[in-house]
Design a protein around this ligand. Structure first.
Ligand code: ADP
Ligand code: MG
Length: 143
């Protein structure tokens, strides 16, 4: 799978997240990659809605991982502050990555050697030749 979507406002990015959240299956890992402020958390809020989660989703920057109950459990990671593999191990990530919930990892490129090969990678980018609210979103999955 290799798909490219363009959005022109946060609502459209959230709606794309919601669609993917509705389609998500047990055991999947969604990796979000892109600069600070690009829209990873906006996407995640939609994704959580799509999983039927009604609880307010906030960025887990300090907690590293937050858990939510929906149609499937969602494990929302933000690994921006992880500086070594040991710190990642302390989160107990393997139980989440290889469990029956859905994982969504903001800043996944920082721990890419730990991410299973079949993960879905979602890259969000701005384009400085375009409007401030423009985002290019690429969805990739091997195989
Ligand atoms: P990140 O988690 O990647 O650091 P956030 O999701 O917290 O970023 O913030 C993204 C910011 O960009 C929000 O303030 C949002 O309103 C804004 N924004 C503007 N246009 C878009 C868009 N097309 N998609 C997503 N966010 C957008
Ligand atoms: Mg974020």
């Amino acid at each position: 799978m290799n798909e490219r979507i363009e959005t022109n406002n946060p609502e459209a990015t959230e709606a794309l997240g919601e669609k993917l959240g509705r389609e998500a299956r047990a055991g999947q890992i969604y990796c979000l990659s892109g600069d600070l402020g690009v829209g990873k958390t906006v996407f995640t809020k939609g994704f959580a809605k799509g999983l039927g989660i009604t609880e307010h989703v906030t960025s887990p920057t300090f907690a590293i991982v937050n858990e939510y109950e929906g149609r499937l459990p969602l494990y929302h990671f933000d690994v921006y502050r992880i500086s070594c593999e040991e710190e990642m191990e302390d989160t107990g990530y393997e139980e989440y990555f290889y469990g029956e919930g859905v994982c969504l990892v903001e800043w996944a490129e920082l721990v890419k050697e730990l991410i299973p090969a079949d993960a879905v990678w979602i890259t969000i980018e701005k384009d400085y030749t375009k409007d401030d609210d423009y985002r290019r979103i690429t969805i990739r999955q091997e195989g």
